[in-house]
Design a binder for this molecule. Structure first.
Ligand code: FAD
Ligand code: NAP
Length: 313
C-alpha cells in the first residue's frame, strides 16, 4: 500500500469553487492538492453558453472550466484526477480515501463537491435512463435530431435545456407543475418566443412509456395537477431538469447541515461545524447556486483556510 499523500490543504471538487480555492491557496503558498472527482470542471461542463460570467459576454461552460483548471495548475496547485470515497473528519490530520487507493491526509480541507441533478424517482424513469431519458441536454441532445422531446422543470436549467434542444428536435414541450416559471425573465422571453417550443402548464409526469426491444422512449404520461386528467405526450427524448441536490454524501453524518442536506457554514464565512474544514459553492448554498457565487466562496474558503492554518502554526 503506497504511503499517504500529505498536504497542508486538500481541496475536494473541481467546479468554480474548487478551482478558485486552488488559485488562492496556491498563491498563498499552501501547495494545495485538488482532487477533481468524477466530473472534472463540475456542472458547467454540461452546459453550452454561460452569459453571466463577468468579463465574458458569452463563454462556453466547458471552455471556462478548462481555463480555470489551467489557471489553478499555473499557480502551482496539484490537480489530481481521482475521486474521494471516504472522509474521516474525526481527528487531524483529516484523512481521505480515494478510488485509486491513494490515501490523502490534510491539515485543512476545502469541500467543494457541488451538486448533482435530481430525478423524478419514477421506476420507468430509472428503466429508460440512457435509453431516451437524460438529465443533460448538451451531452445527449445530439441523439434526438428531428425527434420530439419533452423537458420537465421550470427553472433556469429546464428553460436553457429546452432552448438548446431546439437545435436538434423537431418540437420541444416543456412540462411544468405550476402555471409560472422560476427561470430568469430573459430566458422565459426566449422560450415563449421560440416557434419550436410549447409549454404544458400545471402538469406532472407520472410515467415514461417505451419499448422493450430495443429499449427506447415513445412518450411520457402527464397528469393535470388539479383535474387529474392524463394525456400521453409522444416523444423519443425525455429530459429531466428539476434542479440539483448538494453532493454532501461524504460528510452528511459528520458535519452540521442546513436546508436539508446542504453543508452548514458560519454566516459570512466558509467555516463548517468542524475546525479546519471549510465548504464552498453549491454544496453549501441553496439560495444563489451560480458559477460566480461558487467561485467567490472558493476564494473565501482558501482565505479562511490560510488564516486558520497560520493560527495553528
Ligand atoms: P460543481 O460545479 O457542482 O462541481 C462539483 C465538483 O465536485 C465536480 O468537479 C465533481 O467532480 C466534484 N466532486 C463531487 N464529489 C466528489 C468526490 N467524492 N471526490 C472528489 N470530487 C468530487 N451558473 C451560472 O452562473 N451561469 C450559468 O449559465 C449556469 N448554467 C448552468 C447550466 C446547467 C445545465 C447547470 C446544471 C448549472 C448551471 N449553472 C450556471 C450553475 C453552476 O454550474 C453551479 O452553480 C456551479 O457549477 C457550482 O460550482 P461548484 O464548484 O460549487 O460545484
Ligand atoms: P431550480 O431553480 O431549483 O428549479 C427546479 C425546477 O424544477 C423548479 O421549477 C421546480 O418547480 C421543478 N421541480 C422540482 N422538483 C420537481 C418534481 N419532483 N417534479 C416536477 N418539477 C419539479 O433548479 P435549476 O433550474 O437546475 O437551477 C439550479 C441553480 O442553478 C439555480 O440557482 C439557477 O439559477 C442556477 N442556474 C443558472 C443558470 C443561469 O444563470 N443561466 C442556468 C442554469 C442553472 P417549482 O418551480 O414548482 O418549484
Amino acid at each position: 500500500m503506497p504511503d499517504p499523500v500529505h498536504t497542508r490543504l486538500l481541496i475536494v471538487g473541481s467546479g468554480p469553487a474548487g478551482y478558485t480555492a486552488a488559485v488562492y491557496a496556491a498563491r498563498a503558498m499552501l501547495n494545495p492538492v485538488l482532487v477533481q472527482g468524477m466530473e472534472p470542471g463540475g456542472q458547467l461542463t454540461m452546459t453550452t453558453d454561460v452569459e453571466n460570467w463577468p468579463g465574458d459576454t458569452s463563454v462556453m461552460g466547458p471552455d471556462l472550466m478548462v481555463r480555470m483548471e489551467a489557471h489553478a495548475r499555473e499557480t502551482g496547485a496539484q490537480i489530481i484526477n481521482d475521486v474521494i470515497t471516504e472522509l474521516d473528519l474525526s481527528k487531524r490530520p483529516f484523512t481521505a480515501q480515494s478510488d485509486s487507493g491513494t490515501v490523502y491526509t490534510a491539515d485543512a480541507l476545502v469541500l467543494a463537491t457541488g451538486a448533482q441533478a435530481k430525478w423524478l424517482g419514477l421506476p420507468s424513469e430509472e428503466k429508460f435512463k440512457g435509453f431516451g431519458v437524460s438529465a443533460c441536454a448538451t451531452c445527449d441532445g445530439f441523439f434526438y435530431r428531428g425527434k420530439e422531446i419533452v423537458v420537465v422543470g421550470g427553472g433556469n436549467t429546464a428553460v436553457e435545456e429546452a432552448l438548446f434542444l431546439t437545435n436538434f428536435a423537431s418540437r420541444v414541450t416543456l412540462v411544468h407543475r405550476r402555471d409560472s416559471l422560476r427561470a430568469e425573465k430573459i430566458l422565459q422571453d426566449r422560450l415563449f418566443k421560440h416557434p419550436k417550443i410549447e409549454v404544458l402548464w400545471d402538469h406532472e409526469i407520472i410515467e415514461v412509456e417505451g419499448t422493450e426491444a430495443p429499449l427506447g422512449v415513445t412518450g411520457v404520461k402527464a397528469r393535470h395537477v388539479k383535474s387529474g386528467a392524463t394525456q400521453t405526450l409522444p416523444c423519443e427524448g425525455f429530459f429531466v431538469a428539476i434542479g440539483h441536490a448538494p453532493s454532501s454524501e461524504l460528510v452528511k453524518d459528520q458535519l452540521r447541515l442546513h436546508a436539508g442536506t446542504y453543508v452548514w457554514v458560519e454566516p459570512g464565512t466558509t467555516r463548517t461545524s468542524i475546525e479546519g474544514v471549510f465548504a464552498a459553492g453549491d454544496l453549501t448554498d441553496h439560495t444563489y447556486r451560480q458559477a460566480v457565487t461558487s467561485a467567490g466562496m472558493g476564494c473565501m474558503a482558501a482565505l479562511d483556510a490560510e488564516s486558520w492554518l497560520s493560527a495553528q502554526d
